[in-house]
Design a protein around this ligand. Structure first.
Ligand code: COA
Length: 258
């Protein structure tokens, strides 16, 4: 249980630059309180204590302004920033690392029983005030712009904005591919280094990779020119970055955390 709590708190640090320490997150983040209350109401719902589950869920709504039906399925590291005015319907399914901002509705468009609310796959971000309505899937890593109204499936990685929601063509696919290639060249795990992550550290690393790529290109040009002039200065290999070096850093970090 404490492990899960720690994971929840870490997910806030990753996605909200305003978060300063664990105590602040524990006490001042209604999004976290709503998720913890939902874990309780969801467990009661699963045990067949439907009325009690609804009561606990309603208490959570009263406390946080966030209404999560006890039947909704929620993955790990779910983060609701600011909260207030959020509604998550009974048959909604939410993957891991999903972020919702205030005023989001994951709702239905029919009164039929059965699946009528959306499924958000891993890493989806839904902007403030957006409404996602219907039993379709928003693919992994997709972003829904603030105040969009989405009523159709969204492919993985896409960004959808407006009313009705339309997919905006992204021009940074090539840039992402270049960053990935540079990260791999460095032996660096590019996971999370994407413009799609609202994380200032990931953004900064992305910018560094772009800069490294430009420097790399210029050095290769200079080496070519030196070679043409008869120099073998660039014949020497650069030191290789090994996986173990990164693992060493990670182990050290882990030991500090514990
Ligand atoms: C949709 C979103 C994810 C796009 O971010 P992005 O990938 O960086 O895209 P850009 O900002 O470059 O915008 C791309 C285009 O979409 C438009 N756009 C962006 N967000 C939009 C929105 N919510 N509604 C309508 N159009 C939007 C931009 O004007 C731009 O149009 P243009 O190409 O004609 O100039 C982002 O704008 C957004 O809404 N994020 C939610 C953030 C939020 O809710 N924060 C709350 C904090 S309290």
């Amino acid at each position: 249980m404490f492990e899960r709590l720690r994971e929840d708190i870490q997910s806030v640090f990753h996605r909200d630059p305003a978060a300063r320490n664990a105590f602040e997150v524990l006490t001042c983040y209604p999004g976290m309180h709503a998720i913890w209350i939902h874990r309780l109401s969801g467990a009661l719902w699963g045990m067949g204590w439907k009325w009690l589950a609804r009561l606990v869920s309603n208490f959570g709504r009263w406390l946080t302004g966030i209404e999560i039906h006890p039947g909704a399925k929620v993955g790990r590291r779910f983060f609701i920033d600011h909260g207030m005015g959020i509604v998550i319907g009974e048959t909604a399914e939410i993957g891991d690392d999903v972020t919702l901002y205030q005023g989001v509705t994951l709702g239905g468009t029919s009164w039929n029983k059965g699946k009528r609310h959306p499924t958000l796959e891993d890493g989806v971000v839904v902007g403030a005030g957006a409404k996602v309505l219907g039993p379709f899937t928003v693919g992994a890593g997709a972003k829904v712009g603030s105040n969009a109204v989405v009523t159709k499936a969204v492919p993985a990685g896409a960004t959808v904005v407006g009313i009705p929601g339309r997919i905006i063509v992204k021009s940074d696919d090539e840039q992402q591919a270049k960053r990935k290639a540079m990260a791999e060249k460095l032996g660096f795990d590019a996971y999370g280094v994407s413009e799609d992550m609202p994380d200032p550290v990931a953004r900064a690393i992305g910018q560094l990779l772009d800069h490294l790529q430009a420097v790399d290109g210029r050095l290769e040009g200079m080496c070519g020119a030196l070679k043409d002039l008869g120099s073998n200065y660039c014949a020497k290999d650069l030191p290789v970055l090994r996986d173990e070096d990164f693992a060493g850093v990670k182990d050290k970090d882990d030991s500090q955390v514990g």
